[in-house]
Ligand binder design. Structure first.
Ligand SMILES: *[C@@H]1O[C@H](CO)[C@@H](O)[C@H](O)[C@H]1NC(C)=O
Ligand SMILES: *[C@@H]1O[C@H](CO)[C@@H](O)[C@H](O)[C@H]1NC(C)=O
Ligand SMILES: *[C@@H]1O[C@H](CO)[C@@H](O)[C@H](O)[C@H]1NC(C)=O
Ligand SMILES: *[C@@H]1O[C@H](CO)[C@@H](O)[C@H](O)[C@H]1NC(C)=O
Ligand SMILES: *[C@@H]1O[C@H](CO)[C@@H](O)[C@H](O)[C@H]1NC(C)=O
Ligand SMILES: *[C@@H]1O[C@H](CO)[C@@H](O)[C@H](O)[C@H]1NC(C)=O
Length: 391
């Protein structure tokens, strides 16, 4: 079974235009799965404000979060969480390399805020056979296998409480558990125990990936951080551009209140999406339109629980690649040049690794995979780095 969107649209296109040959140009198969993941005694913050009752309160939370001064920090109120969540993912492997590898390199892909795992296999619905935005197409062309998953709080996976459950330490515990299962070959339809596991993140997914390298350094053999600089000072630009719109008010048809409680928030428009994720003119406006039409809400819990997970990984020994768009708004205030270099916070975070590198992609913004020729400008360089490190 191929991933749903691609399979469905290839079938439609094939039926409509006799293009079934196009389908066979996909050189990988993806096997969707949903697995229950238990998490035990994970610390959560009791947020210092109640879940917003209405948009007035949500906007007021944003005012406070982006104020010039912050009130003195009282000791955060912590609780422990024990729960089991359904996590929706897919396992992909190349089909043009036979037989299926018995000891593949496996990449585990964690997406950022505003997306689901389709970020890693983005296909313009008007041209689904075009692989220029598909990270999974590039990774599998290297012979690697991939696992991508919808993070907690993304439809398909459990839409848990967005204040008290969808928080950083819980999402880290899920990534850790998923990695332990995958290292043992236990993901449904997983064909082989991997020889190596590489973790790849985008944005918030990169933050979780750093935390995994910090807390369970032996679980990863190499780290690729996209849309991330190790600097946290510019995130208020993103927050402000979202207006913290309550998702079930902003788009009740897509985000009904019965599923999306008030602390699930989103941004208002394609213009805000462009502001935070895209750098003009390096993208196809049709991609922006589709990204906006398929955007996912994020949770107040996950953006206000940053301090619960580490942002430096001195015990991690493996190689690390940072790759970011020159014009990343969220992590560089739209100019990454000079910020991800030896001596920077990014490099210091991995001071136990003998091998930290960085690449700045000219003209690209934060949502790197959604810019023109991401395959040539981003993925080919990641593949080159991976090959150069023996993966
Ligand atoms: C949470 O769990 C940890 C680990 O089991 C334990 O050390 C800690 O005391 C617990 N904290 C609370 C507030 O229950
Ligand atoms: C997980 O999925 C099962 C089967 O659909 C369902 O019964 C259960 O309630 C789900 N659990 C959560 C926490 O979403
Ligand atoms: C679809 O994508 C392919 C591969 O990038 C490209 O050659 C072709 O021109 C595209 N077709 C349309 C209609 O945009
Ligand atoms: C991602 O979100 C879009 C829009 O809601 C949806 O159509 C698609 O099925 C989702 N993909 C996955 C893998 O959850
Ligand atoms: C980006 O920052 C670098 C280093 O500070 C500077 O040299 C360069 O001119 C800046 N680029 C733009 C477009 O402002
Ligand atoms: C590496 O960084 C950690 C903090 O992240 C620090 O405690 C440690 O002293 C550093 N090690 C070296 C060798 O600089």
């Amino acid at each position: 079974m191929r991933s749903n969107i691609v399979a469905t649209y290839l079938t439609l296109l094939g039926a409509a235009h006799g293009l079934l040959a196009g389908a066979s140009t996909l050189h990988y198969d993806c096997h969707p799965f949903v697995i229950p993941i238990p998490v035990t005694n994970i610390p959560i913050f009791v947020l210092p404000f109640p879940a917003p009752q209405d948009q007035l309160q949500a906007t007021s939370i944003l005012n406070a979060a982006t104020a010039r001064t912050q009130p003195p920090q009282s000791a955060p109120h912590l609780l422990n969480l024990t729960a089991t969540y359904n996590i929706s993912g897919e396992y992909c492997w190349p089909t043009n390399i036979a037989p299926v590898s018995t000891s593949p390199t496996l990449q585990i892909l964690s997406h950022g805020l505003g997306f689901n795992r389709s970020y890693w296999d983005f296909r313009l619905l008007t041209n689904v056979s075009d692989p220029q935005y598909s990270y999974i197409s590039s990774a599998t062309s290297l012979g690697h296998h991939t696992i991508s998953y919808n993070r907690l709080g993304i439809a398909g996976s459990t839409l848990a409480d967005p204040s008290t459950e969808v928080q950083t330490a819980v999402e880290l515990a899920i990534l850790t558990a998923l990695t332990i299962i995958a290292r043992a070959g236990g993901i449904p339809s997983q064909p082989a125990v991997p020889s190596n596991v590489i973790h790849v993140g985008h944005s918030f997914g990169s933050i979780l990936t750093v935390a995994l390298a910090a807390t369970s350094p032996v679980l990863s053999d190499g780290i690729v951080l996209t849309g991330f600089s190790g600097l946290f000072a510019y995130q208020s630009n993103f927050l402000i551009s979202t207006n913290l719109l309550i998702a079930n008010h902003a788009d009740p048809a897509r985000f009904p209140a019965t599923q999306y409680r008030n602390s699930y928030v989103t941004w208002p428009s394609a213009a805000s999406n462009q502001y935070a994720f895209f750098a003009y003119p390096a993208f196809d406006p049709a991609v922006l339109t589709q990204a906006e039409a398929t955007k996912q809400p994020f949770a107040l819990g996950e953006i206000f629980s940053g301090p619960l997970i580490p942002s430096v990984a001195p015990a991690f020994k493996g190689p690390v690649l940072y790759i970011d768009g020159e014009k990343d708004l969220i992590f560089c205030a739209s100019n990454c040049t000079g910020l991800i270099e030896p001596g920077s916070d990014a490099f210091k975070a991995f001071n136990g690794s003998s091998d930290v590198s960085s690449i700045i992609v000219q003209g690209f913004g934060h949502g790197m995979n959604l810019h023109y020729d991401a395959a040539g400008k981003v993925y080919a360089r990641i593949n080159g780095w991976l090959k150069g490190h023996g993966f």
